[in-house]
Design a protein. Structure first.
Length: 254
């Protein structure tokens, strides 16, 4: 006869908390967009503790979010598209100062799920579902990104441009809103001078803000919205989260 203790259901341990790390923006649309994206993450993983922390400009700040957690088992997923200072220094240092056991995932990009989102946003903005060969030869895309002095960031953006070009079958030129070259207006002008009469701008930003707005103003044709609250973005956040857990499991097994 089973003992009474064996009849008591065992409570499953809570999964590690997910903290999504956004940069922060003075544009109120950015915070609304990030919160909507986190709602999609929660809908995909009911029961997963999902939190938000910002590097700067918005509350809650990452350090405050980490300080308020009552668990040591935490995974940080930066809402950043490429490697750079925030990924390599800021976020790890902020985590080490307030939650030293936290694991930090890498940048979201490059990844095919980002390409899915870029293509969807371009389609929403009017990118044609079908093009003739003559039209394709006149068409190009500027992948408008934030920019960084870190060469790894440029390499990540270049890779995303290559993946997007392969998906859509037209040239894709990475360009930047600040810091790096070429600037978005210069990339548009260069493509126009080379004979491309239909130059689209793909907004490679996670949320609305100053950079996305400035790039949209100079777009001569189709311009997509930032990546924002899209299902593929939610899937990518969870993919980076799970990747951190798998890395920890492999390390423990070794």
């Amino acid at each position: 006869m089973p003992s009474q203790l064996s009849l008591v259901p065992r409570r499953r341990p809570a999964p590690p908390a997910l903290v999504v790390v956004a940069h922060g923006s003075r544009d109120p649309r950015a915070l609304r967009t990030v919160r909507a994206l986190l709602d999609r993450v929660r809908a995909r993983r009911p029961g997963l503790p999902v939190h938000l922390g910002h590097i700067e400009l918005n509350e809650p700040l990452l350090t405050d979010t980490l300080a308020g957690l009552d668990t040591e088992d935490v995974v940080l997923v930066p809402l950043l598209l490429g490697r750079g200072y925030h990924i390599k220094r800021d976020i790890p240092e902020m985590a080490a100062a307030t939650h030293p056991h936290a694991r930090v995932a890498g940048a979201l990009g490059p990844h095919p799920l980002l390409i899915d989102t870029l293509v969807a946003r371009l389609a929403e903005a009017g990118w044609p579902s079908r093009t003739t060969d003559p039209q394709r030869h006149e068409t190009a895309i500027v992948l408008a990104a934030a920019g960084s002095r870190d060469p790894d960031n440029a390499a990540d953006t270049d890779r995303t441009a290559h993946l997007l070009s392969a998906r859509l079958g037209v040239p894709v030129v990475p360009a930047y809103a600040s810091t790096a070259e070429p600037a978005v207006p210069n990339a548009i002008a260069d493509l126009t001078a080379r004979g491309y009469t239909r130059v689209a701008v793909a907004s490679y930003f996670t949320a609305p803000g100053r950079f996305a707005t400035e790039c949209a103003r100079v777009a001569p044709w189709v311009v997509s919205a930032p990546l924002g609250a899209h299902d593929a973005m939610a899937d990518l956040i969870l993919h980076r989260y799970e990747g951190c857990l798998e890395t920890r499991a492999d390390t423990n097994a070794a």
